[in-house]
Design a protein around this ligand. Structure first.
Ligand code: UT7
Length: 321
């Protein structure tokens, strides 16, 4: 059978590190509140010279290096972002030009924090149906540009960054590597719980992020636990079969609550929320790359990727590395 096989990952972070203590100098907040409520210790924030595309290109180059693949041979680039460089063209086309991969397919997907899962699902479908052979799936964000830096309830939660996977269509055995199953969902009735209050067609401004955090939290735990069960049902496996869960890194309490609901040992959950905060579409590939490079995730491991975000959108994907 043809599967989308993982060949390498990479990530990129802005140069500037901002700690909770740094934020507490400007805002009515404290390191203690942020750590206790979210598990976040620090985040990276892009300076004027760093953009979603520059972070995406950095992550893509590292992923290609890890895979030992020449960027010119990539024929599909799917870039998940809610903070593109421009309204159009797609930021994916900037990555394509930087890699010299011109002529293939390149586009952005907008599913906010679930964007990487959506991108993975779309790329996997295109690889398995033969529309492309080698794909880069990227999650890249500069959320710092859409934060209301006077709203302590949201601005302390997010950071900037990018992560990328290289995938290749390959003929494999049933127990071989590759993406085994993906499930994606959306429920537009919840638009108003997490959104940006601007856009080209409405205000002609970029807008700022607005969130009803407590309600998002409640939906996140329920939706994530159910989509993980759905993916496991698709392949006839149980939580005990999973080597690693790589969740969207929004809040350590969401990660713990989801793991508890599924009876997953907390030591099998990759957590980087303390280091990077919530980097939206970048968070899953950033966390995966972290776990792979520090030697926890190994070839042959069964890894569950999952995310939930604005829309609401949510999804999960099971992959044998
Ligand atoms: O990536 C997309 C998905 N997003 C998420 O998953 C986010 C989900 N939500 C959350 O992570 C949590 O709801 C938050 C971290 C956003 C908030 O935690 P919470 O436990 O739900 O706190 P809260 O919003 O109910 O606020 C509790 C208190 C409030 O004070 P009062 O009204 O009780 O006096 C807030 O004003 O904490 C106050 N507060 C803060 N205090 C210090 C809110 N933000 C801060 C802050 N520093 N930064």
């Amino acid at each position: 059978m043809i599967r989308s096989v993982f060949k390498g990952s990479g990530s990129a972070l802005p140069r500037r590190l901002v700690t909770n203590a740094d934020l507490a100098q400007e805002l009515d907040t404290s390191d203690e509140w942020i750590v206790e409520r979210t598990g976040i210790n620090q985040r990276y924030i892009a300076d004027e010279s760093e953009t979603t595309s520059s972070l995406a290109i950095g992550a893509a180059r590292r992923a290609l290096d890890a895979a030992g693949i020449d960027g010119k041979t990539i024929d599909l680039i799917v870039l998940a972002t809610a903070t593109p460089d421009q309204t159009f063209p797609a930021t994916a086309t900037k990555v394509q030009a930087a890699l010299g991969a011109n002529g293939g397919i390149a586009f952005d997907v907008a599913a906010v924090c679930s964007g990487f899962l959506y991108g993975l699902g779309v790329a996997d479908s295109m690889l398995r149906t033969g529309m492309a052979k080698r794909a880069l799936v990227i999650g890249a964000e500069t959320f710092s540009r859409i934060l209301d830096w006077e709203d302590r309830g949201t601005c302390v939660l997010f950071g900037d960054g990018a992560g990328a996977f290289v995938l290749q269509a390959e003929e494999v055995e049933q127990d071989g590597p590759g993406i085994l199953a993906t499930r994606l969902h959306a429920d537009g009735d919840h638009n108003q719980l997490l959104y940006v209050d601007g856009g080209p067609s409405t205000t002609q401004t970029v807008g700022k992020l607005r969130m009803k955090g407590r309600e998002v939290f409640r939906h996140a735990v329920v939706n994530l636990a159910s989509v993980l069960e759905e993916v496991l049902d698709d392949v006839g496996l149980s939580p005990a079969d999973i080597d690693w869960v790589v969740p969207h890194q929004a809040n350590e309490r969401i990660l713990d609550a989801t793991a508890r609901k599924l009876d997953l040992p907390p030591e099998r959950v990759i957590k980087t929320v303390g280091l990077h905060a919530n980097t939206s579409a970048a968070s899953v590939p950033l966390a995966f790359d972290h776990g792979l490079r520090d030697g926890r995730i190994k070839p042959g491991d069964l890894v569950m990727l999952e995310a939930m975000g604005g829309g609401f959108t949510w999804g999960a994907s099971l992959m044998r590395v």
